[in-house]
Design a protein around this ligand. Sequence first.
Ligand code: GCU
Length: 686
Amino acid sequence: RSNVSYHCWLQYRKIEEEAWIEQYQKYCHIIVVAEDSPIKTSALSELQKGLTSLLGHTPSVSTNPQQSSAIILATAEDAHLYEDVIHPVVFEQVNDDGYIIKAINDNSCNKLYLLGKQDKGVLYAAFHLLRKMAQQEELQSVDIIENPRNQFRMINQWDNMNGTIERGYSGNSIFYADNQFIGDWERIKDYARLLSSVGINAISINNVNVFKVETKLITEDFLPDVAKVADIFRAYGIKTFLSINYASPIELGDLDTADPLNPDVEAWWKEKAEEIYSYIPDFGGFVVKADSEHRPGPFSYNRDHAEGANVLAKALQPFGGVVIWRCFVYNCLQDWRDRSTDRAKAAYDHFKPLDGKFLENVILQVKNGPMDFQVREPVSPLFGAMSETNQIIEFQVAQEYTGQQIDLCYLVPQWKEVLDFDTFADGKNSEVKKIVDGSLFQFKYSGVAAVSNIGNDQNWTGNTLAQANLYGYGRLIWNPELTSEEIAEEWITATFGHKPNVKETILNMLMSSWPIYENYTAPLGVGWMINPGHHYGPNIDGYEYSVWGTYHYADRDGIGVDRTSATGTGYTNQYFPPNSAFYESLETCPDELLLFFHHVPYTHRLHSGKTVIQHIYDTHFAGVEQVEKLKAMFSELDGDIDQAIYHNVLERLERQLKNATEWRDKINTYFFRKSGIEDEKHRKIY
Ligand code: GCU
């Protein structure tokens, strides 16, 4: 067991250099909290824990604002106590979750002010301060103003109450087992600390697929426990949400319909909301997967999704709750013979016509790509297409299609590309990040959500290096302008300390991992080619003749999905110009997405100068070699990092190598057999 991995990036390793300790210690003998609150108590306890561990000395706590040297925690409300130094206008610079960290040094007085408009800001400032110390950055002239870019910064647990996690790769749930809450509130608190330390402020605690037992989470059977969980998260500035079953009025035995326009159904949801809020006064609201992959929804009653969502929104509205309605709606019973249906078009086709019809406390949650969290997909054309409807983007931190936390895949660069994508929805510079931060269309509610990658494994994420994805997710959505490298470096230092060789190696590994994974799996944006069901390992035709709408159409002459409007499904039309034309044309369509948009012969020449078939061979040979290098690089760290982490990661790199080899050989052989075209370099193809 390794204590290090259990605490993830909140280890607060003891600082070795005396000079740093001396500089920090000046501020850290006393922490002042004049007016208390549960969130300030969390900030205080984190500071005490962190400073004790970093500096080897436990600060004392005082309510007396008159101190010569101290760390001072204050919100706009109690700032008058420090009037001589803090002018109320400073709070005009921060939003509800923002904060200021300011050092004031004169003569022998050294004060560090951690100021939030609300106490959440104070907590974030405390985490920021501890992070700065762990990174060994100077504090003397510190004068920071931080505001999160996104309003909702959410995590979705896909935990089931039997303890399993849908697409979980890190053990079982930390919340549930045997259809009950486990009651390990300490573990949940540790999770709350991890999430809050990177700025997460909302969590839904059960799978979007809501089965029989989970349907009862909104009943008296479980609400007392949900309330306990909500209490824990609340103290860390995180709001609790539940995924609900759209057929609850029926399933819970009260009505024989869930028709959103039926007055009894409307009354039922109103009463339900009242009941929930009687347990959890600041309950966040519902996450809803409706009419998607066999989950019930308004379509059963010939109602559209706006009607479906609005009945819930009306019920939650008096309490300030919101409905987060997922747009992952498509025909999952497609006939593969049917070439006119294109799953990629489904979300846009279903939702775009409903723009403006949702109540103001409904938020649409849209997956980053039009299909499903593949290693490479274009950005969903729904971003920007609904200027009158609140939107949240959904990422997947869990590595369902990106190596399942066996294979290394640092996803921050992928998310960054998505957030930086220019939709042209309102002319140039209409990036996705400006849509989901609400600024482009002035959404009332907006932000980012993602499927969590944690479980009850001792290191939380199965592969210890996968912690970087959870850390990076929070940091990136707080500030999308951070670079992937900056985020990775922060995480590495917090986790492994300051050894230059460790930093350099792990940074290289993380930064190269997504391109490597892409190299040995499905090529050029075509996606899937995985084993059906569990989605790990290659199976080129695994989904080719299935109902899921996920095809590659490889034959002896070529491969890819023609989604052009000239000759294909017309998907390219869902983008704003010039993106539509950019993807439509073979001349401009980027190589990495070529097969997502076009069906081309194997001899088609890419912008890189290679033919498609040679690209397939080259990337698959390269991918395996790169994984061998990852393993070799990492082996050099033996003795330089915690042994348990070393073995945990090494064991996974070994499995990754096997997986990459399997992918290489199956893909290369399959396409050699289909095309009959030799590898120019005459390497071994089976
Ligand atoms: C994917 C995933 C499912 C999940 C679904 C969703 O299809 O494989 O397990 O339920 O996404 O996002 O709802």
